[in-house]
Design a protein around this ligand. Structure first.
Ligand code: SIN
Length: 552
C-alpha cells in the first residue's frame, strides 16, 4: 500500500481473524473461529448476496446404503479428469456424512422420503444417488439461512456489511490485514493475525453466467497481487442448462432435473445427448455444455424437456425452477424450456494446502476462491457446497491451532505495513470503467469461454495487459488481473481437459496434464511479471514458481 493511500485511511481496527465473504465457506469459517474475535467483511448484506444462496444443487455426501466415501472419491476423481489431488478428495468425501450431521445440528432441514430416509438425488457423473437437497431446489438458501442465524448470534463475530475489501496488507512477506471501503465510504484497515478469503468465484466476469454479480474474482486478484500462488485458474466450469431468456445473471436450471428424467432436445424433439455419450443427459458437465454450445454455433436451439418430471411431482420438488420459468412466461409442465451454457464455477483459485493455507503466511482461503485440488479440471456436481463446508471448518481449525502456537506481532506489522504493496493508480471515470468492465465480460465469454484457441487467448491476454498498462485502478484492475491470469494459464495449457477445451489442442495430453501455478512477481509495475511453475507433489510452495513462459 502506498504512503498516499495509507494517509487516507480513516480508521484502523484489529481482530484475531478477518474473514472476507459471507457465502457458505465464509460463514462456516467465521462460526468455527468463535469465540475468537472475527471481522466478517461482506459486499452485500449478510445472507443476501453471493452464489451460495443461489445454489439449487445440494450437498453430495456418501450417505446412501449402496454408497461409500470411496465410491464418492472415485466419481470425484473421474470427473476431475486426472488433475485432482487424491488425498484432498479422500479428505473431502470422507467428511461428507459427518458434515451432514453437523448441519442438521445447526438446524438445516434436508429433504426426506415419506419413510424418513434422506431423499438422495443423482446428478451428472455421479454413479450413485447421493445429493441431499433442502426444500427441493432451495439448498443453498437453506444452508445460508441456518449459518447466518448462528453467525448473527455470535457476539465475537463483528459484521461489516456493504463493505468492499480492496487489498490485502502485506508486511515483510506476511498478510497482516485487509484494507476495505465501508458502507459510509470510509477506508478502514482491518489488522489481523490471519486473513481468510472466502470471496467466491469469477463467473460474473463472463457475459453469460449463473453467478451473482459479486462473483468477479476479487479475492483471487487480491491474493495474486499480494504474491500468493494461484493454481488451475484455466479451469472454468460451464453449466449446460441456464435458462435462455436474456437476463443477467442467467437463472440456473438444476441438473437434478436431468437426474429426475428431464432430457435435452433439439427443435425437432430429438435427443441431443443420447448419441454423444454413454451417460447421455448425465454425461460430465463439460461434455454436455459443449454439445449445446456446438448446436448453438450451428444456429440451432436446445431445450430441456422437463414436462414429464414436472407433471409427476416436479413442481413441488423443483419450486425454484418452476417459479423462475413462470416469471418468464414459460410453463415447464407443458413446454420444453430454452437453455444455454453459462459460466458457473471456477475450479482454480488461490492455491491452498489441505488445511486451506495459502502460500503466503497469514493467508487462508476456502470455498470457490480456493484451489484445494479437490476438483481438478472439472468439479463433480454438488461437491462445491460440501467443499465450502469441509474446508471452511478446516481453515477455522487450522487458524485456531496456528494462533495458539504463534505469538502475534501483528500490531507492529500493521502499523509498519507501508510501501510493500500497490501504488495508487489512475482512477477512471465511472462511465468509462463500466464500459471497459462490460467489454471485459464480452471478451471473457468469446475468447476464454467454452471453446478456446491460441488466437483468442492471445487477444484476451494482450487486451487485459493494454488496460493494465494504462494504470487503471480499483475493481477494474483486479478484474483485468484475473482475466490476465486465466488467459496466461489457458495459453500455457496446450491440451484439452475438463473445463478447459482448446480447439487447437483437442486431445488430453498425459505429459501436459500436470497442475501448475502462477505467481505475480512484485506489485509495483502496472503489468507485473507472472511466473509459472508445475506443482510438485512434495516440493514446498516456494520452490514451485520456476519461470516457464512458453510451451509446456
Ligand atoms: C445444479 O443444480 O445443477 C448445480 C449444482 C452444482 O453446480 O453443483
Amino acid at each position: 500500500m502506498s504512503k498516499a493511500l495509507l494517509s487516507r485511511v480513516d480508521e484502523r481496527v484489529l481482530a484475531d481473524v478477518v474473514v472476507i465473504g459471507s457465502g457458505v465457506a465464509g460463514l462456516r469459517a467465521a462460526l468455527g473461529l468463535a469465540p475468537r474475535s472475527v471481522h466478517l467483511i461482506t459486499r452485500g448484506s449478510l445472507g443476501r448476496g453471493g452464489s451460495s444462496r443461489l445454489a439449487q444443487g445440494g450437498v453430495a455426501a456418501a450417505i446412501g446404503k449402496d454408497d461409500s466415501s470411496g465410491q464418492h472419491a472415485v466419481d470425484t476423481l473421474a470427473a476431475a479428469d486426472g488433475l485432482a489431488e487424491p488425498a484432498v478428495v479422500d479428505l473431502l468425501t470422507r467428511a461428507g456424512p459427518e458434515e451432514i450431521r453437523r448441519l442438521e445440528a445447526l438446524g438445516v432441514r434436508f429433504d426426506r422420503e415419506p419413510g424418513g430416509s434422506y431423499s438422495l438425488a443423482r446428478e451428472g457423473a455421479h454413479s450413485r444417488a447421493r445429493v441431499l437437497h433442502c426444500g427441493g431446489d432451495r439448498s443453498g438458501a437453506e444452508l445460508v439461512r441456518a449459518l447466518v442465524e448462528r453467525v448473527a448470534g455470535e457476539a465475537s463475530i463483528a459484521r461489516f456489511e456493504a463493505a468492499e475489501a480492496l487489498e490485502l496488507v502485506v508486511c515483510q512477506g506476511r498478510i497482516v490485514g485487509v484494507l476495505s471501503r465501508h458502507a459510509d465510504e470510509r477506508l478502514v484497515l482491518h489488522g489481523a493475525r490471519a486473513v481468510v478469503l472466502a470471496t467466491g468465484g469469477l463467473g460474473h466476469l463472463f457475459a453469460h453466467t449463473t453467478n451473482a454479480p459479486e462473483s468477479t474474482g476479487e479475492g483471487l486478484a487480491m491474493a495474486a497481487l499480494a504474491g500468493a500462488l494461484v493454481a488451475d485458474v484455466e479451469f472454468v466450469q460451464f453449466h449446460p442448462t441456464a435458462l435462455a431468456v436474456g437476463v443477467d445473471p442467467m437463472p440456473l436450471i438444476t441438473e437434478a432435473l436431468r437426474g429426475a428424467g428431464a432430457t435435452l432436445i433439439d427443435t425437432a424433439g430429438n435427443s441431443v445427448m443420447s448419441a454423444l455419450h454413454p451417460a447421455g443427459d448425465l454425461a460430465p458437465r463439460d461434455i454436455v455444455a459443449r454439445a449445446i454450445w456446438s448446436r448453438r454455433q450451428r444456429g440451432e436451439e436446445v431445450f430441456l424437456d422437463a414436462r414429464e418430471v414436472m407433471k409427476s411431482g416436479g413442481v413441488e420438488r423443483f419450486p425454484t425452477v418452476y417459479r423462475l420459468c413462470r416469471d418468464h412466461d414459460l410453463d415447464p409442465s407443458s413446454q420444453p424450456i430454452p437453455v444455454l451454457p453459462a459460466a458457473h464455477y471456477h475450479m482454480g483459485g488461490v492455491w491452498t494446502d489441505a488445511h486451506g493455507r495459502a502460500s503466503t503466511p497469514g493467508l487462508w482461503a476456502c470455498g470457490e476462491v480456493a484451489c484445494t485440488g479437490a476438483h481438478g479440471a472439472n468439479r463433480l456436481a454438488s461437491n462445491s457446497l460440501l467443499e465450502a463446508l469441509v474446508f471452511g471448518g478446516g481453515v477455522a481449525a487450522d487458524i485456531d491451532t496456528a494462533l495458539q502456537t504463534a505469538a502475534g506481532p501483528f500490531r507492529t506489522g500493521l502499523m509498519a505495513s507501508v510501501g510493500e504493496t500497490t501504488q495508487t493508480r489512475r482512477p477512471l471515470g465511472v462511465r468509462q470503467a463500466r464500459k471497459i468492465a462490460a467489454e471485459l465480460r464480452h471478451r471473457m465469454w468469446t475468447d476464454l469461454g467454452l471453446v478456446r484457441e491460441a488466437a483468442g487467448l492471445g487477444r484476451a491476454l494482450a487486451w487485459s495487459e493494454e488496460w493494465l498498462e494504462k494504470g487503471v485502478d480499483g475493481a477494474l484492475r483486479r478484474q483485468l488481473t484475473v482475466m490476465r491470469l486465466v488467459a496466461k494459464a489457458a495459453l500455457f495449457r496446450q491440451e484439452s481437459r475438463g473445463g478447459h477445451f482448446r480447439q487447437d489442442y483437442p486431445q488430453s495430453d498425459f505429459q501436459a496434464g500436470r497442475r501448475f501455478g502462477l505467481t505475480v512477481v512484485g506489485n509495483r509495475e502496472a503489468v507485473p511479471p507472472i511466473e509459472i511453475g508445475f506443482l510438485g507433489e512434495e516440493k514446498p510452495v516456494a520452490a514451485l514458481a520456476g519461470s516457464r513462459e512458453s510451451t509446456p
